[in-house]
Design a protein around this ligand. Structure first.
Ligand code: GUN
Length: 286
């Protein structure tokens, strides 16, 4: 048995705190903020994520619509729908669920969304503003992690932060947000030489690579805060599929604080999406 010492950074209480502020801000607007989500095909993870976001949006007083389109939808059809949503003044936020089928150019689609309605924060205008230190609409998972850290009173400024993973959805925007918050930031990735030596430097370690249990106890500085963004479907000893993170469970014996999987970062992503939708609505003319 591993001695569990790390403080558990549970997502739900932090997400509830963020959602309470979302609901209060939404109620102050003349009309409910409106989110439109688009997904193509029936990828089970995408279906389940979009359903979760839709349900939570309604719970906190937002309007939410889902366009579930066939996997064969052409890029031109998808771009036409986005143009329609961009022009529709009753729509405040647009989210196209990723990944898209291979015949659709993801970049072309993300670039077509009006940056003011880009609640994912993936449009190059919003990415550029984030890296310039003027964040507008920021990607939901890393922004949700910043809220979680603040909710649990964990320091960021002056901390040595190491992010493992350089994706556009998590690793890169996480680096920008931590840098903007005065952390000293290193981004490691699959080509990093001696990854363990780099991660052992971290006061704050963010694992976002999608490799089950990549981060082992020997890679973690005693007392460090460890944020596990991994959501990996693996077969358990009982041969049943279950979710596990990028961080080995034994890290709980070394870290000072650790997010669980599931029930850590996941709920923050949804809450932050709804916060972004309200922010977009507050900034758009009524
Ligand atoms: N697929 C996995 N994560 C995300 C996300 O944050 N936004 C979108 N649009 N698709 C995703």
């Amino acid at each position: 048995m591993t001695a569990t010492t790390a403080r558990v950074l549970a997502g739900p209480p932090a997400a509830e705190a963020l959602l309470a502020s979302v609901a209060a801000r939404a109620a102050r607007l003349p009309t409910p903020p409106t989110l439109v989500m688009v997904r193509l095909g029936d990828d089970p993870a995408s279906v389940s994520y979009v359903r979760g976001k839709d349900r939570k949006a309604r719970e906190v007083g937002l309007r939410s619509t889902v366009h579930a389109l066939p996997a064969e939808t052409s890029q031109a059809e998808l771009l036409a729908l986005i143009a329609e949503l961009n022009a529709d003044e009753s729509v405040n936020g647009i989210l196209v669920q990723l990944p898209l089928p291979p015949h659709v150019n993801e970049e072309a689609v993300l670039h077509a969304i009006d940056p003011r309605k880009d609640v994912d924060g993936f449009h190059p205008v919003n990415v550029g503003e984030l890296w310039a230190g003027r964040p507008t609409l920021t990607p939901c998972t890393p922004a949700g992690i910043m809220f979680l850290l603040s909710h649990y009173g964990l320091p960021v400024a002056r901390q040595r932060a190491v992010i493992v993973g350089r994706s556009h959805i998590v690793g890169r925007p996480m680096a920008a947000l931590l840098l903007n918050a005065d952390a000293t930031v290193t981004v490691a990735h699959s080509r990093t030489v001696d990854l363990a030596a780099v991660t052992r430097e971290a006061d704050l370690l963010v694992a976002a690579v999608g490799r089950p249990h990549l981060i082992t106890p020997d890679m973690v500085k005693p007392g460090a805060t460890v944020i596990d963004v991994g959501i990996n479907r693996v077969l358990g000893p009982d041969r049943r599929a279950h979710l596990t993170g990028d961080v080995h469970p034994d890290v709980a014996g070394v870290a000072g604080a650790l997010t669980p999987v599931p029930g850590g970062v996941g709920p923050m992503t949804i809450a932050q999406l709804l916060a972004n939708t309200v922010t977009a609505a507050e900034r758009q003319p009524t």
